[in-house]
Design a protein around this ligand. Structure first.
Ligand SMILES: CC(=O)SCCNC(=O)CCNC(=O)[C@H](O)C(C)(C)COP(=O)(O)OP(=O)(O)OC[C@H]1O[C@@H](n2cnc3c(N)ncnc32)[C@H](O)[C@@H]1OP(=O)(O)O
Ligand SMILES: O=C([O-])CC(=O)C(=O)O
Length: 372
């Protein structure tokens, strides 16, 4: 047996959703640089689910479907009030809420294509409501219902704060959603595919994926970046902090990537947004700190920033609580997870690799009274 640690370089499936070739990321053949500048998140959802961009009518229909499906069952809202709310991480709340949603969906275990597509719409529509409702309830605030006249990105910010967001905030949010929507066979998408390849249901697949995204080596890195920036605090502290961590062989969050070698193409868009937003909101030091960290890490380790590095200061500038950064990643990535789940069902085979055994050789069972 050949063991490939972390499955590095292993090609586990074919997919027509997104590709990373020579450090270029495409969704269905559209360069992420093109989409980041031009596309709405709703168009990207359609693109990932249908493998083509929508015409105006199709886009309007998807928007209507999303708008009609945002409401959460009262039991899901109620459950946020039932646990020790201050200590619960929003990713744990999101994971639990999605699992719970499955109990209130009559079609949860219906496996035909149309039913699965309807569940995809319902989940995509409800994810922002879950994140923003939890965020408000834990502060003792009432949930805010979405507005039909706002885009997906604008509605997220509106439901979070209760105020209509500025156009620049909506632009940043839309760009972040577009950039995070899909990424080939990353850990959480792989998790979703492994789960549904047993012919388990969509809710199980998304619940599993949220669990995988939560970790700091994956989606959880954006919150970890903000924690690092806060710990560093001043420009003078950057050098000793970062060099100290590297000397201790500790990882610098938001740097490195399993697939990209020259750099993550999404990072430059978020870097630009971070510069703009931190200046606009009168807190340019977050961007300045980030740039200094980048200079040291790329200089010392030749590791470029990934999508999580500059997204941290972008979300911070939008006034978003630091522990909501990874849930926002999930609000976007659920579009990709759902596309992959539907693709997995289309041509399914159980995913079951092997492990090389390294434990003891054959042993004989010893009755408990004879054990030392
Ligand atoms: C949306 C996303 O998921 S993007 C990734 C988000 N995660 C992070 O930002 C966390 C920090 N980064 C990392 O932990 C890694 O770069 C990963 C997990 C993203 C990719 O990891 P892998 O491809 O498995 O690389 P691995 O962890 O084996 O590291 C290879 C070498 O580079 C070093 N390295 C990798 N990333 C970093 C980093 N961020 N800081 C310092 N050193 C690093 C490792 O210490 C290791 O060094 P060694 O060979 O001297 O032991
Ligand atoms: O692809 C990966 O390994 C991680 C990543 O960047 C993502 O999921 O966006």
């Amino acid at each position: 047996m050949t063991v490939t640690r972390g499955l590095e370089g292993v090609v586990a499936t074919t997919s027509s959703i997104s590709s990373i070739i020579d450090d270029t990321l495409t969704y269905v053949g559209y360069d992420i640089d093109d989409l980041a500048v031009n596309a709405s998140f709703e168009e990207v959802i359609y693109l990932l689910w249908h493998r083509r961009l929508p015409n105006a009518e199709e886009l309007a229909e998807l928007k209507t479907q999303l708008a009609q499906n945002t409401a959460l069952p009262p039991e899901v809202i109620q459950h946020f009030k039932m646990y020790p709310i201050k200590e619960v991480h929003p990713m744990a709340a999101l994971r639990s809420a999605v699992s719970l949603l499955g109990l209130y969906d009559d079609e949860a275990d219906l496996m035909d294509d149309e039913a699965n597509y309807r569940k995809a719409v319902r989940l995509q529509a409800k994810m922002p409501a879950i994140v923003t409702t939890f965020a408000r309830i834990r502060k003792g605030l009432e949930p805010v219902a979405p507005r039909q006249d706002l885009s997906f990105a604008a509605n997220f910010l509106y439901m979070l704060s209760g105020k209509e967001p500025e156009p620049i905030a909506v632009e940043a949010m839309n760009k972040a959603l577009v950039l995070h929507a899909d990424h080939e066979l990353n850990a959480s998408t792989f998790t979703a595919r492994v789960c549904v390849a047993t012919l388990s249901d969509v809710y199980s697949g998304i619940t599993s994926a949220i669990g995988a995204l939560k970790g700091p080596l994956h989606g959880g890195a954006n919150e970890a970046v903000m924690k690092m920036l806060s710990e560093i605090g001043t420009l003078e502290n950057v050098e000793p902090y970062v060099r100290g961590k590297l000397a201790n062989k500790e990882k610098i969050m938001g740097f490195g990537h399993r697939v990209y070698r020259k750099g993550d193409p999404r990072a430059k868009h978020l870097r630009e947004m971070s510069k703009k937003l931190t200046e606009l909101t009168g807190q340019p030091h977050w961007f300045d700190l980030s740039v200094q960290i980048e200079a040291i890490v790329t200089g010392e380790k030749k590791l470029p920033p990934n999508v999580d590095f500059y997204s941290a200061s972008v979300y911070h500038s939008l006034g978003i609580d630091h522990d909501l950064m990874t849930p926002i990643f999930a609000v976007s990535r659920v579009s990709g997870w759902l596309a992959h789940i539907l693709e997995q069902y289309e041509n399914n085979r159980l995913i079951r690799p092997r492990a090389e055994y390294t434990g003891p050789g054959m042993q004989k069972y010893v009755p408990i009274e004879q054990r030392g």
